[in-house]
Ligand binder design. Structure first.
Ligand SMILES: Cc1cc2nc3c(=O)[nH]c(=O)nc-3n(C[C@H](O)[C@H](O)[C@H](O)COP(=O)(O)OP(=O)(O)OC[C@H]3O[C@@H](n4cnc5c(N)ncnc54)[C@H](O)[C@@H]3O)c2cc1C
Length: 538
C-alpha cells in the first residue's frame, strides 16, 4: 500500500509543510499560530470552513481564567482537582491556567474584547464566531496556509511508523490531496455521533480513527456521557438553563430543583424524558442573563424567536443532545508535555485529545475545555515545529497510507447499509437508557452489535471519490463508539460521568486512566503509575 502519488492519480493535489494541522476550530487555530510563530511553514486543512465549522464557532466559549493573585490559582486548581475523581494532574492544571492568562490578551488586535465593568478588560468569555474569525486572521497574518473544505481521510507513515503527513479529498475541487509534513497535529474536535448538537456535524471522530490506524492510543473514552439541554426542536448552547424548573406534560413540577449541575441532575432529566415530554420554565433566570443573552450567545435565542416563543416567560419542551467526547473527556492519549501522542511525529490538541490531565473523569465544562483547547493547541504547535526543526523533513523517503476502514477492504466489496450502521451507533451512544444506566449486560450487547457493524463496514467497503469522506465519517463514528464501549466495559466501577448500575461505587484500585485502541479488535489496559505521561519538566 503506498501513498497516493502523481503517477497513481493525475488529479492529486500535492502539498508540503513543516507542520500540518488537521482541523479548523479553536485548538487548530492556536496550534497553527504557535507553529507559525516558531518559524514553521504551516498548512491547516479543515473539513468545513475554518471559522464556521465545529463547536467553537457556534458557541460562546468561556475560558478557565484565574488571575495570578497570591493563593488564588492554587485554590482554583485544588478545587477542580478534588472534583477530578483522582485522574487529573496539578502541574498540567497550573500550566493551563497560566498559559490561558498570558495568551488571550494577545488576541486583542483581532477580537473586540469588552470592558469588564471594573476598569479592566473582559478576556475570559468570547463570542465563538468572532473568536474563530480572529484566530483565522491571526493565523493568516503569520503566513499559515488555510485550506477550507479539505477533509483529511488518513495519515501517511514512514517505514519506521513515524508520521509522514496525511491524505484527504478536496471537496470543492473534487480531487484527492496528499501532504508531506515534518509533524502532524490532530485537532479534529470530539465526536458527538451526529446527535444534532449545535456545531457538531463535522465532529465525527475522524482524527481518532486516522491516528489509531497509525498506532495511536486513546484514553478516557468511557467518559463520553455528556449531554446538553436544549429546546426539543433545535440544539442551542446551555447558558440559559442553570435556574430552570421542569414540568411534565400534565403541568406537574418535577423534582429536579435548580441549579442544573452534575450527573444526578442529568440522570433525573433523562429518566423523566424516558417517561414522557419534559418542559422547561426559565422565568427564574437572572435579569442580567435575560438582558444580555443575545449579545453573548447569539445562537441561543434564535430558535425561540423563529417560533414566536418568549423563552423567559413561556414553557417549552426540552431534550438532551448527546455530546459524546466533546464535553465528554476522552480522546487521543497525551504522552508528553508537547501534547505528543504515542505515535512519533503525531500531536493532538483540543477535544481530539483526552482532557483527563486537567478534568479527570468530569467534563471540564464551563471553563476548562476552552482553556485546554487553547493551551494544548499552543503546546502541540510549538512542539511540532521544534520537532521538524530538529529532525528536518523526510520527503525523499517513501510513505504509506495508514487508513483502512471503508477505504481498503479486507474482503469482497459489497453494498453496506451505512444509514443502518449510524442508527445502531446512535442507539448505543446517545439513547439515555443505554448511556446513563450502563451495565455489563448492556455493554456486552453493544460490543457485539457494534462489532458486527464494524466487520460489515470495514471489511467490505471501498468508497470512491467524494463518497470517501462520508464513508470514513461513518467508520470513525463506529470506531469511536467501539472504543467508548470497550472502555466503559473495562472500567468495572462508577467514576465521574461513567455510571454503571451494576457497579455503582468507585473502586479505589481503579484510580488510573484507562487506555484503549486498535481498530479491528479494540483493546483496553489501565495506565499504571509506572506508565503515566512523561512528567513535566520542573
Ligand atoms: C453546548 C456547548 C457548550 C460549551 N460551553 C463551553 C464553555 O462555556 N466553556 C468551555 O470551556 N467549553 C465549552 N464547550 C466546549 C468547547 O466548545 C470545546 O471544548 C472547544 O470548542 C473545542 O475546540 P476544538 O478546536 O477542539 O474543536 P472544534 O471547535 O469542534 O473544531 C473541530 C474542527 O475539526 C474539523 N474537522 C473534523 N474532522 C476533520 C477532518 N477529517 N479533516 C479536517 N478537519 C476536520 C472541523 O471541521 C472543525 O473545524 C462547550 C461545548 C458545547 C457543545
Amino acid at each position: 500500500m503506498s501513498a497516493p502519488s502523481r503517477s497513481d492519480n493525475v488529479d492529486l493535489i500535492e502539498l508540503e509543510a513543516d507542520v500540518l494541522v488537521i482541523g479548523g476550530g479553536m485548538a487548530a487555530g492556536w496550534a497553527a499560530i504557535a507553529a507559525a510563530r516558531a518559524g514553521a511553514a504551516v498548512v491547516l486543512v479543515d473539513k468545513g470552513f475554518m471559522g464556521t465549522s465545529g463547536v467553537t464557532a457556534t458557541g460562546g466559549p468561556n475560558h478557565w481564567w484565574v488571575p495570578p493573585a497570591p493563593g488564588r490559582r492554587e485554590a482554583a486548581v485544588e478545587e477542580r482537582h478534588a472534583r477530578s475523581f483522582g485522574l487529573a494532574e496539578r502541574d498540567w492544571m497550573m500550566r493551563i491556567v497560566e498559559t490561558t492568562w498570558r495568551t488571550l490578551p494577545e488576541l486583542a488586535p483581532y477580537y473586540p474584547f469588552a470592558p469588564d465593568g471594573s476598569g479592566g478588560t473582559y478576556y475570559s468569555g468570547l463570542r465563538g464566531p468572532e473568536y474563530m474569525r480572529g484566530l483565522r486572521r491571526f493565523a493568516s497574518d503569520l503566513g499559515v496556509r488555510i485550506l477550507d473544505h479539505f477533509p483529511a481521510l488518513e495519515l501517511l507513515v514512514h517505514r519506521d511508523g513515524s508520521v509522514a503527513g496525511a491524505a484527504g479529498y478536496a471537496r470543492l475541487q473534487r480531487r484527492p490531496w496528499a501532504a508531506r509534513a515534518g509533524a502532524v497535529i490532530i485537532a479534529t474536535g470530539g465526536c458527538a455521533f451526529r446527535s444534532g448538537l449545535i456545531g457538531s456535524d463535522p465532529n465525527t471522530g475522524d482524527g481518532y480513527l486516522m491516528a489509531a490506524e497509525a498506532g495511536a492510543e486513546l484514553s478516557g473514552m468511557e467518559f463520553s456521557t455528556a449531554y446538553s439541554l436544549s429546546p426539543a426542536w433545535n440544539s442551542t448552547r446551555t447558558l440559559p438553563y442553570p435556574a430552570a424548573r421542569f414540568f411534565d406534560a400534565a403541568g406537574a413540577e418535577l423534582d429536579i430543583p435548580p441549579p442544573m449541575s452534575g450527573e444526578p441532575h442529568l440522570k433525573a432529566l433523562g429518566a423523566a424524558m424516558l417517561a414522557g415530554p419534559v418542559y422547561a420554565d426559565l422565568s427564574d433566570a437572572p435579569d442580567l442573563l435575560k438582558r444580555i443573552l443575545s449579545r453573548i450567545q447569539p445562537a441561543s435565542p434564535t430558535p425561540f424567536e423563529r417560533r414566536g416563543i418568549d423563552l423567559f416567560a413561556e414553557r417549552f419542551e426540552v431534550k438532551l443532545y448527546g455530546e459524546g467526547t466533546i464535553r465528554g473527556t476522552g480522546g487521543l492519549r497525551i504522552a508528553g508535555p508537547g501534547c505528543e501522542t504515542t505515535v512519533d511525529g503525531l500531536f493532538a490538541a483540543g477535544d481530539a485529545a483526552t482532557r483527563e490531565l486537567i478534568a479527570g473523569a468530569t467534563s471540564g465544562g464551563g471553563a476548562q475545555n476552552s482553556a485546554w483547547a487553547l493551551t494544548s493547541g499552543l503546546d502541540a504547535g510549538a512542539a511540532a515545529a521544534a520537532r521538524t526543526r530538529r529532525l528536518g523533513h523526510r520527503t525523499a523517503e517513501p510513505a504509506v497510507a495508514a487508513g483502512r476502514a471503508a477505504l481498503r477492504p479486507k474482503a469482497a466489496v459489497r453494498d453496506v447499509d451505512r444509514a443502518a450502521i449510524l442508527a445502531d451507533v446512535q442507539r448505543e451512544m446517545l439513547a439515555y437508557d443505554r448511556v446513563l444506566w450502563r451495565s455489563e449486560e448492556s455493554l456486552r450487547a453493544a460490543e457485539t452489535a457494534l462489532g458486527d457493524c464494524w466487520r460489515a463496514l470495514s471489511d467490505h467497503t471501498a468508497a470512491q471519490g467524494l463518497d470517501r469522506v462520508a464513508a470514513r465519517e461513518t467508520a470513525a463514528m463506529l470506531a469511536t463508539a467501539r472504543w467508548c464501549t470497550a472502555a466503559a466495559r473495562a472500567r468495572r466501577e462508577s467514576r465521574g460521568m461513567h455510571m454503571r448500575t451494576d457497579l455503582p461505587m468507585p473502586d479505589p484500585a481503579a484510580a488510573y486512566r484507562l487506555l484503549t485502541g486498535g481498530s479491528d479488535e479494540p483493546w483496553t489496559r489501565y495506565e499504571t503509575a509506572a506508565a503515566r505521561p512523561t512528567e513535566l519538566a520542573a
